[in-house]
Design a protein around this ligand. Structure first.
Ligand code: COS
Length: 392
């Protein structure tokens, strides 16, 4: 077992680190304060190849492996969770899904536009009444005589929804079939029935574009489906296998940012005639941040190595997502504690880290959903299905 990064990975890490220090860190706080979705910064991220890291070069991507993708997510997540959310949605939920399920025509049409950042994509699974029970889609798709589909319904909490040119929309084609009636459509958003509106009343991720989308007779062509009718749920779950991984990797960055700010502040701030970094109880918080950050990174790399080997990675991804997101919440909370009153003020970035971390244990599957996936995998018992033990 080798824990060292390859020379190429070290180089990409250094590039992503310098990019984050130079381009993201200086504007992250201001963009957050202004609730500003920085489309220009997204363009710069794309120009680095960071929006199509895992997409093969023939489709405009960088052709990197999943471990290297995690390194990029960690660095961007260290600078700004809103921008890391862009990377996660665009690269994992949208590009990796088109890559896995798309026809050759769909890949050639959309992937270059997405990797270059010319187009943004969004992932329309969650609905006002449908969160964890993702199969229970209320959005309906009906095929017309000419083969086109008409989609009606509503989507909620959709990152990039106001800026996306392409939307993956999940819809039910036949409610009697349950999850086997679901389909995923590639919807081009420049049509009147696609009506996004911004959700502003959020605890964190103020610099992120979050939308509620009304779908009123939205049309999708006959060849716009990812997979077949009935594949929709699997398309969604496989997308989340990649998305949750990138969230986990971004949270390693968020935990690390919390740690680095805490070390710097604890060495600078004096109380009782010495830097507070010299106090054992402060060191205990910092030591626990180190351990959680390092453990989260190792779990992400483990999941990445399973993905790079081409094996099913749902369990490893859920373990990494569960641990890393909870670690980011914990570390950003303790970073505020280390900063004391200063951490409670907007003058220091740890306040933003704390607010931005909070959604990560919720979006792309709550911590409780990750626990159910892990528990089901190791016990063989599905908490969401009738019991299989005869004497239960
Ligand atoms: N990849 C591909 N297919 C998968 C899969 C995966 N990771 N996980 C499950 N499937 C398939 C199963 O093989 C099964 O296929 P069949 O129909 O052929 O039997 C089908 O999908 C149904 O799977 P399962 O029985 O596990 O579905 P459940 O209804 O029990 O749901 C959970 C499982 C709870 C894990 C799922 O609904 C989930 O992840 N919910 C959270 C949704 C979420 O993350 N929302 C956030 C939206 S994005 S911000």
């Amino acid at each position: 077992m080798n824990f060292d990064l390859s020379d190429e990975q070290k180089l990409i890490e250094q590039t992503a680190r310098e990019f984050t220090d130079g381009e993201i860190m200086p504007v992250a706080g201001e963009n957050s304060e202004n609730h500003f979705f920085d489309r220009e910064l997204v363009g710069k991220i794309a120009a680095q190849g960071f929006l199509g890291a895992i997409v093969p070069r023939e489709y405009g991507g960088a052709g990197l492996d999943y471990t290297t993708y995690a390194i990029i997510c960690e660095e961007i997540g260290r600078g700004c969770s809103a921008m890391r959310t862009v990377v996660s949605v665009q690269t994992s939920l949208v590009c990796s899904t088109i890559l896995k399920w798309g026809t050759e025509e769909q890949k050639q049409r959309y992937l270059p536009l997405l990797c270059s950042g010319e187009w943004l994509g969004c992932f329309g699974l969650t609905e006002p009444g449908t969160g964890s029970a993702a199969a229970n889609q209320k959005t309906r798709a009906a095929q017309q005589d000419d083969g086109t589909w008409l989609i009606n319904g509503a989507k909620m909490w959709i990152s990039l929804g106001n800026n996306a040119s392409l939307a993956l929309i999940f819809a039910q084609t036949d409610p009697s079939l349950g999850h086997r009636g679901l389909a995923c459509f590639l919807v081009e958003t420049d049509q009147p029935g696609f009506m996004p509106s911004e959700i502003t009343a959020k605890m964190g991720l103020w610099a992120s574009d979050t939308a509620e989308i009304a779908l009123d007779d939205v049309t999708a062509s006959a060849d716009s489906m990812l997979g077949e009718v009935g594949d929709g749920f699997k398309v969604a779950m496989s997308a989340l296998d990649s998305g949750r991984y990138s969230v986990a990797a971004g949270c390693v960055g968020l935990a690390r940012a919390s740690l680095e700010e805490s070390i710097a502040y604890a060495n600078e701030r004096t109380q009782f005639d010495r830097p507070i970094a010299g106090f054992q109880l402060v060191q205990a918080m910092i030591a626990d941040m180190v351990v959680k950050t390092e453990a989260a990174r190792l779990l992400v790399y483990k999941a990445g190595s399973v993905k790079d080997a081409g094996r099913p990675s749902t369990l490893e991804t859920s373990i990494a997502k569960y641990y890393a997101t909870e670690a980011a919440v914990w570390c950003s909370d303790k970073a505020i504690q280390v900063h004391g009153g200063a951490g409670y003020s907007r003058e220091h970035p740890v306040e933003r880290y704390y607010r931005d971390a909070r959604v990560t244990t919720i979006y792309e599957g709550t911590s409780q959903i990750q626990q159910l996936i892990i528990g089901r995998a190791v016990t063989g018992q599905d908490a969401l299905k009738p019991m299989t033990v005869e004497n239960a």
